[in-house]
Design a protein. Sequence first.
Length: 500
Amino acid sequence: MTKIVNHWIGGKTAEGASGTYGPVTDPATGEVTTKVAFASVEEVDAAVAAAKEAYLSWGQSSLATRTTILFRFRALLDAHRDEIAELITAEHGKVHSDALGEVARGLEIVDLACGISVQLKGELSTQVAGRVDVASIRQPLGVVAGITPFNFPAMVPMWMFPLAIACGNTFVLKPSEKDPSASVRLAELLSEAGLPDGVFNVVHGDKLAVDRLLAHPDVKAVSFVGSTPIARYIHTTASANGKRVQALGGAKNHMLVLPDADLDAAADAAVSAAYGSAGERCMAISAVVAVGAIGDTLVEKIRERAEKIKIGPGNDPTSEMGPLITKVHRDKVASYVAGAADEGAEVVLDGTGYTVDGHENGHWIGISLLDKVPVTAKAYQDEIFGPVLCVLRTETYEEALDLINSSPFGNGTAIFTRDGGAARRFQLEVEAGMVGVNVPIPVPVGYHSFGGWKDSLFGDHHIYGNDGTHFYTRGKVVTTRWPDPADAPTGVDLGFPRNH
């Protein structure tokens, strides 16, 4: 029997009522293993209504109540991390170790939410004038929504909802319809931890569900992670409807390698950052910029390492890289490699013909490495989101910096060098939101915020960290003057001395 994934509304499973379902495929076999219910407008409205009703009490609940529940959720999440990782592998295809890493990074934000009390402390200034005090406080927004991508079906939702509900909001999640099961399991664990019904809801679906969340008058803010065209659409549409928006878009992350770099370390980093999770991550290194005469040596070292990567089903403990999420996506990734030579690139490794014995119908693609890629090539200009690494050559640091800064994307970048002065200059001059120095994937820890520049971010707030707390709250300033008891009307004496 085919598994069915339903919605989670008001603290319980809500069977799909629209009659529309989407297929969920095991990427390793190509078989449809699950159907996911697609929400109608009415079902989205029901989830928002449940969240709005729950906010009446949750928004007034104590910080101690919220953090106690989150501590219990954290313990449950830790205990069930293998189970959640297995759900991710079954529907996304990434290897189990990658899936476990995803859960671990999500746990970081739960940890941050458990300690939210410090982040929500206000400020007080006394005696700004005679008997006048001014206080700044932060309050929740109400119902907020999250729209999340397929590549991290557990981690990215956990970049959003723990902080949102810790701040006193209620949450409606619309996860990717390609791998929906992890989000529902997270909802069940939140309920088991004691989260009141309606505080966290999950609705599945496609553009219809997304558009309803963007237009719904009771949704006060929208968080999104995905491609740049959709991020721009989310930001434009939700903003036009008066909502606060953080929309994280795509990337073309560059790794600059200077002539003095440790080339073995740089090659190791390039391989792990380009091909880990089959390249299906917005912080993947997809372009290496080699400066000077090191290019040939660096490319050879990358090739030697890339050829040794074992590709296979994600549930095989010997696999180091799994399949891509869908056949359509696999074919699109392969098209960039197929057309690379005609656009002037040198194809060092071509993984487009790769298959796995016994799993021939899986969404397989091997490792591809393109050298001397022109900036005009589609393989360089587009976010491929697959295991394809482009190597570009420049003669100088200045030329490399100009190349990187000319990209419309500004998510993450890295420099590999032994020169501290060069690294310092790069981190100040490069136009990107996250910079690694001898660190290929500079994803910040939970208490620093994640986000890019330029076409990689739409909105003013980065995600999680202090920016996350500010996004899910709004400031209020209270100015107070109280009469002194000593100034009470004649006939009432409270015993205060008249000394002013």
